[in-house]
Design a protein around this ligand. Structure first.
Ligand SMILES: [Ca+2]
Length: 471
């Protein structure tokens, strides 16, 4: 049987709930149609709530602390990035005879070829070009000290999106399969800040009609880590005003509609070329945006659903079926590469030899003990390292740095994560069990202390000579 093609449609900073068939406000007809044809995973969790670690983990199938990329390079002198030592799931597809192509953002700090792609173009944005890793982070810090946010890249957001979309569509139009299956990844930088209105959908989304999250109004921060309240009141996560938030949310929706339209164009081309029926499609984002949740903006340093629950749609090729159309099993982004390999009938080497995503397709119900792990380390606005575990109904978080505290949420009763029950005696038994699970994961995957991660050897990636990148 001919191996299926793989189409990965990836976007940036999109919350799970911002699809038309989920929230009723978003306008995403192409994603709605994809979900109708495929399977919607409602509890897909990214292993990390920020760009580079999330993307590196997706590619390698390893958690950020396992692939040594825990921070967006540049933050706090960390310059960890993937190198040829890291094998990606795309490398495995290429070795199995696939043509592999990538167009758009990668943000992996490494050339596409190193990541396993035969062809493509990428925006490995967020750094001035022409600098080696250690020098680049110095440039980054210098700009930051001058009050310049160099994380916003060198190009306007919108032209970047359309540039790589056009390049991808052009390549795909001219691509002759030659009997080889195709892995094609379109990876857009939208809907990343700075937010703006995509004109085509401006009239559809009125700021005063936006529905703000319940936690925007009701968050008290009682019983939560102290830094959260400080950040929201004084720090870089502070919202300017409700009207600004409403405007940003409307802008966010227009950018998501642009993502949707682009996905529709790629899908249409797959159909025109006769590839569609034998193609596995995965739509996802690298993480979400707080978008007013708990009165935060942006991302990083907090473990909430707005960031960690990502959109996830899987379309299977003709001849394969899922027992459910909507799957609420918790699954994690480090499983996605392994799942794509399994669906293509390719035996993946470790860690691509095991995943729960495909198993979920064959189940009628989520397993009672289903759980996944996640982590964060640091972002520009602070070093607040944590790891945690998410089940279908609970979330536990352990802060292992100076914060030295815990969070626990009963998501079944409190989906907005307003009431931290980590220190509620009624939840002690559940907390102890989840804490033991999370601690065991951290120990057996060689999780380390802050001192280790703050050592120069780790931050400067000094043991990785081939890590010198040209982006
Ligand atoms: Ca991102």
């Amino acid at each position: 049987m001919t191996k299926p093609n793989i189409l990965i449609l990836m976007c940036d900073q999109m919350q799970a709930r911002r699809m038309g068939f989920v929230d009723g406000i978003a306008y995403t007809p192409n994603l709605d149609a994809l979900a109708a044809e495929g399977v919607h995973f409602t509890n897909a969790i990214t292993v990390h709530g920020q760009c580079v670690p999330s993307r590196c983990a997706l590619m390698t199938g390893m958690s950020p602390h396992e692939c040594n990329v825990m921070v967006n390079y540049g933050f706090f002198n960390h310059c960890g990035h993937l190198t040829t030592k890291n094998r990606t799931f795309v490398n495995v597809f290429r070795d199995a005879g696939y043509t592999t192509a990538h167009f758009g953002k990668s943000h992996l700090g490494s050339p596409l070829k190193t990541m396993g792609f035969d062809v493509g173009e990428c925006l490995d944005g967020h750094f001035p070009k022409g600098h080696e890793p250690i020098e680049r982070i110095r440039v980054h810090e210098e700009l930051h000290s001058q009050g310049i946010d160099s994380t916003q890249g060198e190009w306007p957001q919108t032209s970047t999106h359309y540039k790589y979309l056009k390049q991808g569509l052009d390549w795909l139009t001219n691509h002759e399969p030659g009997g080889k299956p195709l892995l094609f990844m379109f990876d857009t930088n939208l809907p990343h800040p700075p937010f703006y209105f995509e004109d085509e959908w401006r009239e559809r989304f009125k700021p005063d009609e936006m529905v703000l999250p319940k936690s925007y109004y009701e968050e008290t921060f009682e019983g939560k880590p102290a830094f959260l309240k400080k950040h929201v009141e004084r720090g870089p996560h502070k919202l300017e005003s409700e009207s600004k938030l409403r405007e940003e949310m409307a802008q966010y929706y227009t950018m998501i509609s642009a993502v949707d339209k682009a996905c529709g164009q790629v899908i249409e081309l797959f159909k025109q070329k006769g590839l569609w029926d034998n193609t596995v499609v995965l739509f996802l984002s690298d993480h979400g945006d707080m978008m007013g949740g708990h009165r935060f903006t942006r991302k990083g340093t907090m473990p909430y659903e707005e960031l960690y629950n990502i959109p996830c749609i899987l379309k299977l090729p003709v001849g394969m079926a899922s027992r459910r159309k909507t799957i609420d099993d918790v699954i994690v982004s480090t499983d996605f590469g392994a799942a794509l390999l399994e669906l293509a009938g390719i035996e993946g080497p470790e860690p691509f030899d095991n995943n729960d995503m495909v198993r979920a397709l064959h189940r009628d119900h989520a397993p009672e003990d289903g759980h996944v792990f996640f982590e964060h380390y640091a972002a520009w606005w602070g070093l607040h390292p944590f790891y945690g575990v998410r089940t279908a109904t609970m979330k536990y978080v352990r802060y292992y740095g100076d914060d030295n505290t815990e969070e626990l949420y009963d998501l079944a009763k409190d989906p907005d994560e307003l009431h931290c029950v980590a220190f509620d005696p009624a939840y002690k038994k559940q907390k102890d069990k989840l804490a033991a699970l999370a601690d065991d994961w951290w120990a057996r995957t060689c999780g380390q202390s802050v001192d280790f991660y703050e050592s120069d050897a780790f931050r400067y990636n000094l043991n990785r000579p081939e890590g010198a990148v040209t982006v």
